[in-house]
Design a binder for this molecule. Sequence first.
Ligand code: HEC
Length: 166
Amino acid sequence: MIRSRIATLVALSTLVSACASASSSGDGDAAATPPTRDARTEAAPRAQAPATSVPDGMRSSGDGVYTNGQAQEGAQVFQGVCSECHTRDEFRGDAMAGWDGASLYDMYDLISNTMPESNPGSLNRSQYAAVVAFILDLNDMPTGQDNLSTRASVLRNIIFTRGDQP
Ligand code: HEC
């Protein structure tokens, strides 16, 4: 009886001190060490979540708004024109954080009016839309039945949301 009480106390005190040291070292780390690059990267999507919510009546870039064939055409345009100055990595993942919440029209409009920098507007509308589709593909957005439209009124209602990545 006494032996088992002692055993219980020992077990309890071991548990308590284990918890205490675990929590104090945890607090110490959080207070003393600046956040690592990884921690900031992980925190970013949560912090941006409200900005990327899609208003009623609008679609998101994750709703299957382009086709695989269109993205392949865009990949060829990118390879032939854009890759002279850009890498694919400039248009995927965290590099696209600044586009979160923007409409695909914003993206289409900027690219079609300013790119390629050496000859802005030199591609046709469907080539520019294909490049935007390729950028969606680079970001693992799902494909759908219809090509991404070249119409401003349609593109304005599709919001780029990286949170929809699988
Ligand atoms: C002759 C060089 C050149 C070519 C070709 C070119 N770009 Fe650019 N692009 C630039 C420069 C310079 C900038 C501005 C500086 C920067 O952001 O890198 C830029 C910026 C951009 C931006 C804005 C980046 C951002 O998020 O602010 C996008 C999007 C873009 N280019 C897409 C394209 C696409 C798509 C193509 C192919 C159709 C293309 N560019 C072809 C030189 C070029």
